[in-house]
Design a protein around this ligand. Structure first.
Ligand code: NAD
Length: 315
């Protein structure tokens, strides 16, 4: 496993990391014993960074992860969770100083730990960005002073929103998703800026939350239908060549050294074993060129996320 330094945090994170949303059953019903084995196997094979949120499975992912981490030495993993998002509706977001402060205590209790390494404001494009800047991040900094969190980050889909907030309040990390994968490399446009500011870059969803997989997307997936069709064509092409689109997608995502870590999720231990093994193997350059060609019509195509007014901020 390769390890990279996460911005100015000095955290040394595995290039591939474990996204625990799958533990909350967001993609399918999961077997708890399998989910716990997936976490242990990932740690045993060199993954040292785990990301979760109270939103995933409406606290279930944190609870299952807490069971998995019970008895694991605290210095074996770097743990990130989130605040502010507690459901799917706009009314389920609460970035107020009070709520996020209580939220961290609730997460620590579910996870069975005294501190988390990174606390992140979750999907900030659904919030009032003024509040995120003036209240949420300062409240999280107070928790840092209190020793409950070591670093403070933000997460979201629109890169312009992440940059807008990073310009206005000091943050340690950003978590971007679906913007560094075979069909979308737009995160590259922001990495020089983030590097310059010493902000650690976490990229999530190398499989596009199922777009770049043989199983395809869950029903809630927000991508437009032609994107799903073209990605399914890429999956079929790989299958015809006796290859896995998932393998190519994960190898591609992890290869960018400007991204400290790439979060992939699976509650299936066999999937995690494959994902970790694949990043140690050379990428099939010919297949990569063919797949990029298939995906070209949807390159950097994305979908709207969050409050309309937040998508208007220039980067
Ligand atoms: P992903 O692209 O990793 O896709 C996950 C899906 O792919 C799951 O259905 C999983 O079972 C499947 N999968 C994984 N490995 C596979 C393999 N080898 N073969 C076949 N299928 C495989 O997307 P993700 O889970 O959404 O992202 C990873 C993590 O990133 C999340 O768990 C979460 O921690 C984080 N994340 C955060 C945000 C945010 O903060 N807004 C958004 C997205 C993701």
């Amino acid at each position: 496993m390769e390890y990279r330094i996460l911005g100015n945090t000095s955290l040394r994170v595995s290039a591939l990391s474990f996204g625990a949303s799958s533990l909350g059953g967001v993609f399918r019903d999961v077997n708890q014993a399998d989910a716990i084995r997936a976490v242990h196997l990932s740690l045993d094979l060199g993954i040292n960074f785990i990301d979760v949120s109270p939103f995933y499975g409406l606290t279930k992912a944190e609870t299952v992860l807490g069971k998995a981490l019970a008895g694991v030495r605290r210095d074996r993993y770097i743990l990130a969770t989130k605040v502010g998002r507690y459901g799917d509706q706009i009314g389920d977001f609460d970035f107020s100083a009070n709520r996020v402060t209580v939220s961290v205590d609730e997460s620590l209790a579910r996870l069975g730990v005294d501190y988390v390494d990174i606390i992140q404001a979750h999907d900030i494009e659904f919030g009032d960005l003024r509040q995120v800047i003036d209240q949420t991040v300062p409240a999280l900094r107070r928790l840092q002073q209190a020793g409950k969190v070591r670093f403070v980050g933000i997460t979201g889909l629109p890169l312009s929103v992440l940059q807008y907030v990073a310009e206005r309040v000091p943050i340690d990390t950003i978590l971007s998703y679906c913007h560094y994968e075979l069909n979308d490399t737009s995160l590259e446009s922001l990495t020089p800026y983030l590097k310059d500011k010493g902000i650690g870059v976490i990229s999530a969803s190398p499989l596009g939350m199922g777009l770049l997989s043989t199983r395809g997307t869950p029903p809630w997936h927000p991508a437009p239908s032609n994107m799903k069709e073209i990605c399914a064509r890429a999956a079929a092409h790989c299958r015809d060549r006796g290859a896995d689109l998932e393998k190519l997608a994960i190898q591609f995502a992890v290869a960018n050294p400007d991204i400290a870590t790439t979060l992939v999720g699976s509650a299936n231990p066999a999937n995690m074993e494959r994902n970790i093994r694949w990043i140690g193997e050379p990428i099939d350059r010919a297949l990569l060129a063919e797949v990029l060609q298939i995906l070209r019509p949807i390159h950097n195509v994305t979908w709207p996320s969050g409050r309309p007014e937040n998508n208007l901020h220039p980067a």
